[in-house]
Write a protein that binds this ligand. Structure first.
Ligand SMILES: [Fe+2]
Length: 145
């Protein structure tokens, strides 16, 4: 079953929420490729997710700093999160799409937890008070290079 963004997952910022919706869609794409046992689609889905995640981390940092949120620990956690994703990708691709049902189950659950619980709930939700205390939507900040 696909994971979905709900308003309970809002971190109080339109730009970040919209990027999270997109990342959730891309995470579902990875899960679909695992369920189909399609290695080519899986490699592509992981690449798209990682690309968007990089861009998201850059935007998130700009927005957090503009909201005067102490970002140092957050940044470390993001790097760890990226390593976790790469580790999952490498483990899956190393098995050449010969995954038993237990492996499929384990990784689909891990990916959903990684995105929702790990990234949004445990990590980004910490920024919510700072983001809500600022009237700006930070759209221009996220667009800056
Ligand atoms: Fe995020």
């Amino acid at each position: 079953m696909d994971i979905k963004w709900t308003k309970e997952l809002s971190v109080g910022n339109e730009v970040i929420d919209s990027e999270h919706m997109n990342l959730i869609g891309l995470t579902n794409g990875v899960v679909h490729a695992i369920l189909k046992r399609d290695c080519a689609a899986l490699a592509q889905a992981f690449e798209m997710l990682e690309d968007r995640l990089h861009a998201h981390f850059v935007n998130e940092e700009k927005i957090a700093l503009a909201a005067e949120f102490d970002y140092s620990k957050h940044k470390q956690a993001q790097l760890y999160s990226l390593r976790e994703l790469r580790h999952m990708r490498d483990e899956l691709l190393a098995k050449n799409c010969v995954w038993g049902d237990g492996t499929v189950d384990h990784f689909t659950r891990s990916l959903r937890n990684w995105m929702i619980d790990g990234h949004i709930v445990k990590l980004d939700m910490q920024m919510k008070p700072a983001l809500l205390s600022r009237p700006c939507d930070f759209k221009n900040i996220a667009d800056q290079k």
